[in-house]
Design a protein around this ligand. Sequence first.
Ligand SMILES: C[S@@+](CC[C@H](N)C(=O)[O-])C[C@H]1O[C@@H](n2cnc3c(N)ncnc32)[C@H](O)[C@@H]1O
Length: 204
Amino acid sequence: MSDPWSAAQRTLDHYRSNAQAFREGTREHDVSQNIDALLRHIRAEPPLRILDLGCGPGRDLRAFKARGHVAVGLDGTEAFVDMARAESGCEVWQQDLLQLQLPSASFDGVFANAVLFHVPSRELPRVLAQLHETLRPDGVLFCSNPRGHNEEGWSGDRYGVWYDWPAWRQRVLAAGFTELEHYYRPAGLPRAQQPWLASVWRKA
Ligand SMILES: C[S@@+](CC[C@H](N)C(=O)[O-])C[C@H]1O[C@@H](n2cnc3c(N)ncnc32)[C@H](O)[C@@H]1O
């Protein structure tokens, strides 16, 4: 396995170098199914406080805000932090996933769309524990990751881990969450054409 710190830096370098193209290429992605999956399990009264972990250029921050919630973004790529602030008007924190500094019991929901697979596997238990800690009691974690057979390594200049459902489930349960639901995306296609594994969890 690569050194986790340099893997994170090289991955962030990739996003920095491709920030504009990434924004253009993902601006119209419809992840409303995922936003709905997070929100429907939160029992707190709105407006909800949501952490968009790895928010990228800010598409989903804008969507949470449009639904009347208080969304806070977090990303390690400075260009995305600037874009996300401009796009959404939300507070956005520049932080590395491997050095998170999060307030305790602060969020009703954490939305981790296409980001946690970038965390090297040996760092994942610590990161999941930090997400557990930043959720309010009964809070909900949403994750979506590209799936695989638990391969870990480089895809071009981006480091990742491609979990299958049993391995991902075991890791999130071990962090103290209880399982709410999981599904594959895009909806309505044969499983072989559904590369994304989405899952929703409650802080136990
Ligand atoms: C595939 S993009 C997903 C962006 C957004 N959530 C979306 O759904 O469009 C992964 C995001 O994770 C961020 N990221 C990757 N590694 C990171 C790290 N070590 N620390 C902080 N952010 C990181 C990237 O900057 C990028 O915004």
